[in-house]
Design a protein around this ligand. Structure first.
Ligand code: HMG
Length: 388
């Protein structure tokens, strides 16, 4: 029996800022952001969206009534949590109308946690093949205005339905994992923006990729030539390109060209959204599968997951015959329909996030077209609304 990703869907906000405009506002050369970092647009998350609403907005369009009946595990992976005790997944389960018999948890290890959730879900389905699991990576990447990390912000959520006989990608049980205590990026409980040692974090990312990828090749007696494409966690899209380039010399020039061409598809959506933290690797996978006409059933896809702090994992999956049927195919059109905001409007959105204070607060959500929105806080309880 094969187990893997049956459906894959993405949500972000309806707003974005243009990266050339942001570069000009920050007295940087536009090509530094567009080419050096590899980002063209960045999602601007309004205060009416948080990790809960993004997660619910990512999942609901792909779920049928039969899926909802079969789901008995919900994992929301996030590092943008809204509560130190209660899992974001509990709110998401209610918004999605899931059964009260669903095991519902939040997982955290920086950008890596959605992969931990995916592997947990796959093992769960291997034991209970008639059941399905919903895994959502949902985050808002915040470093602060006028910081070096600012052009690598973004936000959104990727929802994955895990089942037996999956439509999209059958997972191979071949993970190689590395985790150690590293201070490359962290966010103490009292902060709303991450702290990061940017250059160091980029070096650790490459070290982790090299380590788990070489570990995989040794354990599986494989080589780079076996792969149709590699997908990466994309904190900024140049990061994945650097990782790919670091292993290219081990294959033929013709295959190098193919891998680089596939990578342009991997990074297409992330280029328009920015860092999603937990969801980023899976947006890269979705981008590859939706936009790349050269892929075919049976292709072997390698996936590199990285979370600062640090944890890395390399694993693989086989593309399934009807993989297009499980994908969010309308995503390119949705991204193209988003509304461009000025740098001043982006800064206002950034500063209007719901404050971490005890007082009641209201949020102007009326212009947010997403189905699920955050409307404010009453008695220190977040208020969510289903606009449908
Ligand atoms: P910086 O210091 O402002 O940028 O910050 P830089 O000076 O290193 O320039 C960036 C690139 O642009 C360089 O290319 C320049 O050469 C190039 P590279 O040498 O790296 O190939 N450049 C130009 N290119 C074309 N035309 C020009 C031009 N000017 C310069 N005119 C940094 C960059 C990424 C460090 C910063 O944005 C940052 O700190 N970001 C946040 C940290 C991050 O994303 N780290 C990635 C690895 S850690 C990770 O992936 C985990 C994470 O997602 C969190 C989690 O796990 O939860 C972050």
């Amino acid at each position: 029996m094969q187990v893997g990703i049956d459906k894959l869907h993405f949500a972000t906000s309806h707003l974005y800022v243009d990266m050339a405009e942001l570069a000009n506002a920050r007295q940087q050369a536009p090509d530094k952001y567009l080419i050096g970092i590899g980002q063209s647009q960045m999602a601007v998350i309004p205060p009416s969206q948080d990790t809960v609403t993004l997660a619910a907005n990512a999942a609901y369009p792909m779920l049928t009534a039969a899926d909802v009946d079969a789901i008995d595990l919900l994992v929301v992976a996030t590092e943008s949590g809204i509560d130190n005790s209660k899992a974001a997944a509990i709110y998401v389960a209610r918004l999605l109308g899931l059964s009260k018999r669903v095991r519902t948890i939040e997982m955290k290890e920086a950008c890596y946690a959605a992969t931990a959730g995916l592997q947990l879900a796959a093992d769960h389905v291997r034991v209970h093949p008639t059941k399905k699991a919903l895994v959502i990576g949902s985050d808002i990447a915040r470093y602060g205005l006028n910081t070096a990390g600012e052009p690598t912000q973004g936000g959104g959520a990727v929802a994955m339905l895990i089942s037996a006989d999956p439509q999209v990608l059958a997972l191979n049980d071949d993970s190689v994992v590395l985790s150690e205590d590293v201070m490359d990026f962290w966010r103490p409980l009292y902060r709303t923006e991450a702290l990061v040692d940017g250059k160091y974090s980029s070096n650790i990312y490459i070290d982790y990729f090299q380590d788990v990828f070489k570990g995989y090749l040794a354990e599986q007696h494989a080589d780079l030539a076996d792969f149709a494409a590699l997908a990466f966690h994309l904190p900024y899209t140049k990061m994945g390109l650097k990782a790919l380039r670091s292993v290219l010399p081990t294959t033929t020039p013709e295959h190098q060209e193919q891998l680089l061409a596939h990578f342009e598809h991997v990074r297409q959506f992330s280029r328009q959204v920015g860092n999603l933290y937990t969801g980023s690797l899976y947006l890269g996978l979705l981008s590859l599968l939706v936009t790349d006409p050269e892929l075919k059933a049976g292709d072997l896809i390698g996936l590199f997951s990285y979370g600062s702090g640090a944890e890395g994992e390399f694993y693989t999956g086989r593309l399934q015959p009807n993989y297009q049927q499980g994908l969010d195919l309308a995503l390119p059109q949705r991204l193209a329909r988003r509304q461009r905001v000025s740098v001043a409007e982006y800064e206002a959105c950034f500063n209007q996030q719901l404050q971490w204070i005890a007082a009641d607060q209201t949020i102007d959500y009326q212009h947010d077209p997403q189905r699920f929105v955050l409307t404010g806080q009453i008695n220190e309880q977040r208020q969510y609304l289903d606009q449908q």
